[in-house]
Design a protein around this ligand. Sequence first.
Ligand code: 5GP
Length: 249
Amino acid sequence: MSEVKKELLYTGKAKDVYKTDKDDEVIIKFRDDITALDGGRRDTLSKKGAYNALISAKLFEVLEEHGISTQYIKLEEPDEMRTQALEMIPLEVICRNIATGSLLRKYPFHKNQELNPPIIQFDYKNDVYHDPMLNDDIITALEITTQKQLDQIREITYVINKVLSRYLKERNLILVDFKIEFGLDKDGNIVLGDEISPDTTRLWDSKTLDNFDKDIFRKGEEGVVEAYKKVVELVLTDEEIEKWNVDKL
Ligand code: 5GP
């Protein structure tokens, strides 16, 4: 982090948030820590933080180009993102195009069933309660958001899904599902925050359907970082890969 060591505001499972010289901006540092299975599996994988920050930055830029408000300002280092400060909403907004993961464990969908329209689901971001699934009535009764804000979050999520599915398809990746988080800016606008990376999405090779995401780690298999690097190479331009010296991180 640039010259002065900044004050740590918050530390999460895989990212730290630091104060900056500006009240309305923070720096998110993507760490190499990885966890899964409700914290039951954890490891530290060299370069994972940088790969996730590079991928998130790129996907936020793509979304901004399509009119989605994100907290992203710029990458300061390969693993450090300067962002707008947001009051985060404790919702995990999950969007699914293909039935897999917890959906198959909980409901009688067919494996890899196409979901059209996509399914949007809200989980409560709360470790004590183990991220339970919510519905509109629970969300509004708990005053997590208003119904109007929730409707807006749903609409924005559909657009994000469309934009990213197309962008990734052109790069031979299927956007199977993803989890995103939103916050409120100082004017109360809903803004996309957090990250969009292989830690928070399922990405499959269009031809082989191989995973390029955290499912590799969830299954206890090798090659997690190599897969994330592959996503960097598919998602970033050659110029960006050169600029961030991806091969020498
Ligand atoms: P599932 O509910 O099938 O486990 O996950 C659906 C999608 O949301 C996957 O892309 C998964 O990575 C993401 N997701 C769901 N919950 C979490 C979470 O607590 N943390 C992270 N990083 N991703 C999540």
